[in-house]
Design a protein around this ligand. Structure first.
Ligand code: FES
Ligand code: FES
Length: 153
C-alpha cells in the first residue's frame, strides 16, 4: 500500500513523517521519531507499556493508528520533564521506589498524570483503578500506588 505523509504534534513539537497507513502510533514514535520512552510490549492493548496521553487523556498507543493521531495533542514521557528537572510524578516514583526494571514506568507515569490532571486528590481506589491497565512484573504495585499518592502533594 502507498505511503502517506502525515503530521504529528508530539510534546508541543510538530513532526512530518511518511509512513505506511497501517502503522501504529507507538511504532512511529519509536522507529521514526526516535522517541523511545514509550514502550511497546504486548502490542494489543493489554499491558499498558505504551500508554501516553492523547488530548489530555490516557491512551494505549499500540491501538492507535498514527494517521488517526493527526491533529491531536500527543504527550509522551519525554514531554514531562523540563530539561534536567523531572516532573513531580517522576520524582515521586524515584523517591518512593515506584520502579525496578523500569519497563512499565513510562506507561505508569503517564497513567498517573492522566489521573492527577483530572483528579488531583484521588482515593486509593481511584488510583488503583487508574493503573489497572498497566502491568508491572517487578514491584508488586504497592510502591507505585505509594508514589502516585505521594505525588498528590
Ligand atoms: S504495548 Fe500497548 S498495551 Fe501493551
Ligand atoms: S518495574 Fe519492572 S515491569 Fe514494572
Amino acid at each position: 500500500m502507498k505511503e502517506v505523509d502525515i503530521e504529528l504534534k508530539v510534546n508541543g513539537k510538530t513532526y512530518q513523517v511518511r509512513i505506511k497507513p497501517w502503522r501504529t502510533l507507538v511504532e512511529v514514535l519509536r522507529e521514526d521519531l526516535g522517541l523511545m520512552g514509550t514502550k511497546k510490549s504486548c502490542n494489543e492493548g493489554e499491558c499498558g507499556a505504551c500508554t501516553l496521553m492523547l488530548d489530555g487523556r490516557s491512551a494505549a498507543s499500540c491501538l492507535v493508528l498514527a494517521v488517526d493521531a493527526q491533529g491531536r495533542d500527543i504527550l509522551t514521557i519525554e514531554g514531562l520533564s523540563e530539561g534536567e528537572n523531572l516532573h513531580p510524578i517522576q520524582e515521586s516514583f524515584l523517591k518512593h521506589g515506584g520502579l525496578q526494571c523500569g519497563f512499565c514506568t513510562p506507561g505508569m507515569v503517564m497513567s498517573a498524570k492522566a489521573l492527577l490532571d483530572e483528579n488531583p486528590t484521588p482515593t486509593l481506589e481511584e488510583t488503583r483503578k487508574a493503573i489497572s491497565g498497566n502491568l508491572c512484573r517487578c514491584t508488586g504495585y504497592q510502591h507505585i500506588i505509594d508514589s502516585i499518592m505521594a505525588a498528590c502533594g
